[in-house]
Ligand binder design. Structure first.
Ligand code: ATP
Ligand code: MG
Length: 301
């Protein structure tokens, strides 16, 4: 698949994969693809950051290489690792065969055959033409030394393996980096990327998302669900519901054969929307009922 040729093209491409983006996101994505720069997506959880990379990979028919970040992530897991056990076996076999020429053996066991390739390295080797999509997910979970290493890779799209040499991408991969902003990512990393803050969608866009992602939900139910969640996001909760929760809720209510919201059902299903007991305790009962009647009045108007 060719890369999109315009912002409208980008919006179409995303919509065909059931991703409902706003124009600002489509612009950032279009530019990232065109300028071959990584796209840095920051935002609350469940707002569709990871999904962008998946959709890109599907829409452009590119392989998706996913690097899930976590505390303590190191080069061995992110880039490459020598296969020590296979190297040991090779040495033993050479010894047993009596042809353990030291120099040759040394060179042999540090050849590509004994290299375990992880996502960063694989992303640089786009053999066969199709440049992959590299998703570096939740970068804020790693620590700073890893960020520094990543910076090197993202600056020149190359990495160095001391025993083998430098591997450079013939063509830069399509890179999507996400962060939940549990800490600030270093400016040097951000500077190499195009930045986009993924916000909660407005009601119209969220309704469109629910229509696409929970197609079984009744129209009236979907409208009420979206209006309720939108209103809920104005409450000072510990953790606001994301788009993922809205989709889940519409799906859950549909599984319960609901065609519209009612106070009891809302109370009984709050756990689909809110994931902290304090938030649920606060909303349950009169608070939720108040929002529900507000929402019903607003939709009737
Ligand atoms: N704009 C959108 N269009 C279509 N689906 C969306 C959109 N935004 C979110 N979703 C849906 O919401 C769900 C959650 O999205 P995703 O996993 O990408 O969130 P995230 O921002 O990566 O969250 P987290 O930070 O928790 O990882 C997915 O199932 C995705 O399909
Ligand atoms: Mg994610």
């Amino acid at each position: 698949m060719l890369l999109p040729q315009s912002i409208d093209d980008t919006l179409d491409m995303l919509a065909r994969a059931d991703y409902v983006a706003d124009r600002r996101l489509a612009t950032a994505l279009f530019l990232a693809l065109k300028m071959r720069r990584p796209l840095f997506l920051e935002g609350e959880s469940g707002t569709g950051k990871t999904e962008i990379a998946k959709v890109l990979s599907a829409a452009l028919s590119r392989p998706l290489l996913r690097l899930q970040c976590y505390e303590g992530l190191d080069i061995a897991q992110a880039a490459y690792e020598w296969n020590y056990s296979r190297q040991m076996i090779e040495i033993r076999l050479a010894e047993a065969g009596g042809n353990a020429k030291r120099d040759k053996l040394g060179a042999d066991i540090f050849s590509e055959r004994f290299l375990i390739k992880r996502p960063l390295l694989r992303a640089l080797e786009s053999a066969g033409g199709a440049v992959p999509v590299l998703l570096i997910d939740e970068l804020d979970r790693t620590d700073e030394p890893f960020e520094a290493y990543l910076l090197e890779v993202l600056s020149d799209f190359q990495l160095t393996i001391p025993e083998l040499g430098t591997i450079k991408a013939a063509e830069p991969p399509i890179v999507v980096i996400t962060s939940n902003r549990t800490r600030e990512i270093h400016d040097a990393v951000k500077r190499r990327c195009l930045y986009h803050w993924v916000d909660y969608p407005d009601a119209a866009r969220e309704l469109e998302i629910v229509r696409r992602k929970a197609p079984g939900a009744a129209e009236r139910l979907s409208r009420e669900v979206v209006a309720f969640v939108q209103r809920l996001r104005t409450v000072d909760l510990f953790k606001l519901p994301g788009v993922a929760e809205t989709i889940d809720w519409a799906g859950a209510l549909t599984a319960l054969d609901k065609l519209a919201l009612d106070p009891d059902t809302v109370n009984d299903t709050l756990g689909v929307l809110l994931k902290y007991q304090d938030d649920i305790g606060r909303m349950r009962g009169s608070e939720a009922a108040g929002i529900l009647s507000e929402v019903k009045a607003q939709l009737a108007a």
